[in-house]
Write a protein that binds this ligand. Structure first.
Ligand code: PLP
Length: 395
């Protein structure tokens, strides 16, 4: 950007990262499908390969369209560096496999996204990495688990699907006191609602598949932080190969131009819907950090600028009620996704925690009667009317 005053996030969402790749007057970043980039002579080629001149060599490493996407997220997260991946899980696994080695210890919480949880339960222990998974709301337990020494504190907040909120600043301070690197999955909050790096995290990552892209038409992941850390993770990714495809990068870039408008609408709608559900007789519990009744509302108020577009709730009547209500919703996809322009709903057994069995979900405190409701950008009144007619059927 050429202006001296730092632009607001909404302006960054539109403009950041785009300018360097606009060609021949084009107003949009091109999709550069080229696998490799050619040079007139070996010296020019070497200068790029050795990092003395900016440029691209091979698209598993870097690519112009992909770089524009990384740059937009980097600026929105207020980070010095960013690199991207083929999916959110690629971002998470590449980060953990870069930072952890046999004999190391990672501290995290029980409520991480199901795929992340599998890394802690299955893949990292296989590499002889000890994974200490604490109760998500128990900050004292997490601090105690950090004390024996660990290399990484991995947090996700708000969590998927019960929307627990973790105090990033408090735990980042505790982790840094024992020399651990703090990683935060900011997928649910987005950079519009929460800035983990400003709260003390070292790395912030996203499943860009969700709110960043916002249109449920491209998979992607991204991580931002200090250049030395991001360079190590980039190196792991360039060798193991989970690169973001240029077409997906383009779709994510285009989606991000409306990020601030979507998040504004989704924050406001989710709040109204949470209040409506809380007062509904067939709803037994509502999980939304914006509700004053939410167990972590005060932490959310302290560290979030908005409470996000995802909420969840349980129904009287258990899983049978979930089975009855979901098909009655007219304005909701029954699908394993969230963060899209359309409302998307589902139970954890088929969405966030499909990788786990019922016992593992119960151990994580996830009720089988839970519905995760990811609010789209439809008019709030239509979503409320839709929920009313669907829930009234089971009264
Ligand atoms: C919080 C969170 N992190 C990471 C992921 C994984 O992202 P992806 O599906 O892009 O691999 C998800 C997917 O639902 C998620 O909800």
């Amino acid at each position: 950007m050429t202006t001296s005053k730092s632009p607001a996030p909404g302006t960054l969402a539109v403009w950041a990262g785009e300018e360097s790749y606009l060609m021949q007057g084009a107003t949009q970043v091109p999709v550069v499908h080229s696998v490799a980039f050619g040079y007139p002579d070996v010296d020019a080629w070497l200068a790029v390969a050795q990092g003395r001149t900016p440029g691209h060599i091979y698209s598993r490493n870097t690519n112009p369209t992909v770089h524009a996407f990384e740059e937009k997220v980097r600026q929105l997260e207020g980070a010095a560096a960013a690199t991207s991946f083929a999916s959110g899980m690629a971002a998470i696994s590449n980060t953990l496999f870069t930072l952890l080695a046999p004999g190391d210890r990672v501290v995290s919480v029980k409520d991480t996204y199901g795929g992340t949880n599998k890394l802690f339960l299955e893949f990292l222990p296989r590499m002889h990495v000890e994974c200490a998974l604490c109760d998500t709301g128990d900050h004292e337990a997490i601090e105690a688990a950090l004390k024996p020494g660990c290399q990484v504190l991995y947090l996700e907040t708000p969590t998927n699907p019960t929307l627990k909120v973790i105090d990033i600043a408090r735990l980042a301070a505790a982790a840094h006191a024992v020399g651990a690197i703090v990683v935060v999955d900011n997928t649910f909050a987005t950079p519009l609602n929460q800035s983990p790096l400003a709260l003390g995290a070292d790395l912030v990552l996203h499943s860009a598949t969700k709110f960043l892209g916002g249109h449920a038409d491209a998979l992607g992941g991204v991580i931002c932080g200090a250049p030395e850390l991001v360079a190590r993770i980039y190196h792991y990714r360039e060798i193991t190969g989970a690169a973001l495809d240029p077409m997906a990068a383009y779709l994510l870039l285009r989606g991000m131009k409306t990020l601030h408008l979507r998040i504004r609408q989704q924050n406001a709608s989710a709040m109204q819907i949470a209040e409506f559900l809380q007062a509904h007789p067939v709803v037994t519990q509502v999980f939304y950090p914006g509700l004053p009744s939410h167990q972590h509302h005060e932490i959310a108020r302290k560290q979030m600028r908005g409470f996000g577009g995802v909420l969840s709730f349980t129904l009287r009547g258990g899983f049978e009620a979930v089975r009855a209500v979901l098909p009655r919703l007219r304005y909701a996809h029954l699908a394993a996704n969230l963060g899209a322009v359309e409302t998307v709903v589902g139970p954890p057994a088929t969405t966030s925690h499909v990788e786990l069995n019922a016992d593992e979900r119960a151990a994580m405190g996830i009720p089988e009667s839970l519905i995760r409701y990811s609010v789209g950008i439809e008019e709030t009144a239509d979503l409320l009317a839709d929920l009313t007619q669907a829930l009234d059927e089971i009264e």
